[in-house]
Design a protein around this ligand. Structure first.
Ligand code: AMP
Length: 216
């Protein structure tokens, strides 16, 4: 089963994709994570996308489609995937159709995480992660139990995404509104979209997603 988690930056797509990986043995495909990894490794691709990513704009459709194809070709044909942060433009929707058809794969669900954009700005600008194990934290909602020490691995190194500052977040929201929101009607016409309230607790959102998957 292949599904898309769709929603603006900070809607909780990554968190929910992580839960689905654990619970269903699905694989998360996050173009944002792949692009950040390329940046960190300072590959040629990483150097090419750095400025665009840091500004909060979208990288080219061709770059992300290539990443998706590479990733899918590493997986077995029966391995279900969760697309997180992809597709983000109309062109990417149609590329994904071709990519999936060529691999005999089918999109089962598009789950829209519906959220209040203003609340998201606070959610995003406060978030940080453990530099060692990647555990997620938040200035307001989830501080480590012992200040400055990761609850999971004990590391004292934390990091913030460079594009999680307010100005860049607003650009990212603008990109979402202008380019990503318009792809919803394409999937709605196909009858595969379910809207889930993304403002609830992590568990409430997860339960709502589970209810959608249980329909199959
Ligand atoms: P994310 O982690 O999904 O918020 O993505 C971080 C940044 O990576 C975005 O602001 C874009 O610059 C870039 N990016 C990630 N996924 C895509 C995509 N599907 N299309 C274009 N750019 C993307």
């Amino acid at each position: 089963m292949d599904i898309i988690l769709l929603g603006p930056p900070g809607a909780g797509k990554g968190t929910q994709a992580g839960l689905l990986e654990g619970g269903h043995g699905m694989v998360q495909i996050s173009t944002g994570d792949m692009l950040r990894a390329a940046k960190t490794a300072n590959t040629e691709l990483g150097q090419r996308v750095k400025a665009v990513m840091d500004s909060g704009e979208l990288v080219s459709d061709e770059i992300v489609s290539n990443l998706i194809m590479e990733k899918l070709d590493d997986l077995g044909p029966d391995q279900g995937v969760i697309f997180d942060g992809y597709p983000r433009t109309e062109a990417q929707v149609y590329s994904l159709d071709e990519i999936l058809t060529a691999r005999n794969r089918k999109l089962h669900h598009v789950i829209e995480l519906a959220v209040d954009v203003e609340a998201l700005v606070e959610r995003i600008t406060g978030r940080f992660t453990c530099g060692n194990c990647g555990e997620g934290y938040h200035d307001t909602f989830k501080q480590p139990t012992k200040e400055g020490v990761c609850d999971v691995c004990g590391s004292t190194e934390f990091k913030r995404r460079p594009d999680d500052n307010e100005e860049t977040v607003r650009t990212r929201m603008g990109e979402y509104r202008a380019k990503t929101q318009p792809i919803l009607p394409i999937y709605e016409e196909r009858g595969i979209v379910t809207k889930v309230d993304g403002m609830g607790s992590m568990d409430a959102v997860s339960n709502a997603i589970e209810a959608v998957l249980a329909l199959d």
